[in-house]
Design a protein around this ligand. Sequence first.
Ligand SMILES: Nc1ncnc2c1ncn2[C@@H]1O[C@H](COP(=O)(O)OP(=O)(O)O)[C@@H](O)[C@H]1O
Ligand SMILES: [Mg+2]
Length: 404
Amino acid sequence: MKVAILSTAPTCYSTMRLRQAAADRGHTVKVLNTLRFAIELQHGEPDLYFRDKHLSDYDAILPRIGASITYFGTAVVRQFEQMDVYTPNSSNGITTSRDKLRSLQILSRHDIGIPHTTFVRDRADVLPAIERLGGAPVIIKILEGTQGVGVILAETTKVAEAILETLQSAKQNVLVQRFVAESKGKDIRAFVVGDRVVAAMRRVAQGDEFRSNVHRGGQAEPVELDASFQETAVRAAQIMGLRIAGVDMLESKEGPQVMEVNSSPGLEGIETTTGLDVAGVIIDYMADQVSFPELDIRQRLTVSKGYGVVDLHVREGLELVGKTIVESGLRERDIVVLNLTKGTTVISNPKGTRVIEAGDRLLCYGKLDAMRDLIPARQDRKRRRPKIQQLSPETIAEMGGKQS
Ligand SMILES: Nc1ncnc2c1ncn2[C@@H]1O[C@H](COP(=O)(O)OP(=O)(O)O)[C@@H](O)[C@H]1O
Ligand SMILES: [Mg+2]
């Protein structure tokens, strides 16, 4: 394959390892400075220039977008997406994962452990919010911090209030989080490639520091993750739209809790700690994907007029209940069942012999009118969740990740 690594740091460990791994495997590889692209937009023709020259064809890109250039960097990645060049990490995924609040909002609707977190604006709402977290000590975090900068432990409610006030007056958006004391200054970094954890380490904070970031002096050791940590890491990455990710988790008494998902995880710490060839795994994974790419359904499914994807909540009393998918008549009405959700189990592309039961959810693609006809007119206008819900692209992407 011909692959471009997008990076502004050609000589950093991660970039050099990735470039070498690609070259060793016989791929054509270039490191291109993310900031030297020009995005060209014309009717029907998304295009890119690099250093004033028209960019040649690439099979894949590997974005390594630093936090300081998220906006331009993700715009470049999005342009490659428009040009159908494969990227393991979507521009959407990179943007979302950069913001700790946005990430947790999205993860929170899934069956994934996260630390209890709150986000408030008005002073009057601070105290009650801290109380809902179980009181001080609490963690206060700037939404877009990295390397432990902007993560503060407030020992008392008074201190928490003072810090919040200071940060807010400096126009910083901050969230307040339960301090997971039982993790004792340790956290887990799971390196996800595709749908598995390929390497993992435990980082241990030194001295009286509670932050285990390597940049804060944290010491790392290799760790064998149990199934719950592996599954949480892989699903969190999938939900975020990232096929290459560093998932940071706390070992709480309730099990794994995801703090953040990093879209350009560093390779030096994980490779030196575990002795594994993570760069090689990444390149091999990408080469596989290039020869048989996954389709981004968000951009393809809803383009035909009158067609769409809906999330159908199967209520008691619906004519579908008790029938198999074949008997339901959905297929005759041109409705395809993409996913069938029973409790927390998602059955993708369910067989025609599957029985639809009350309480199930069907993710369907088809004519919107036909799907609306499946549902009798709504009686109770006050219900929070409509029985049939047309889905936004983001929600479809999330549901695509919610497999078990
Ligand atoms: N809720 C929490 N409870 C206990 N420790 C935490 C909590 N949140 C963060 N930490 C510690 O602080 C470190 C940095 O937090 P993180 O959210 O990953 O921010 P950053 O993006 O700066 O790395 C974590 O690796 C962990 O050791
Ligand atoms: Mg972190």
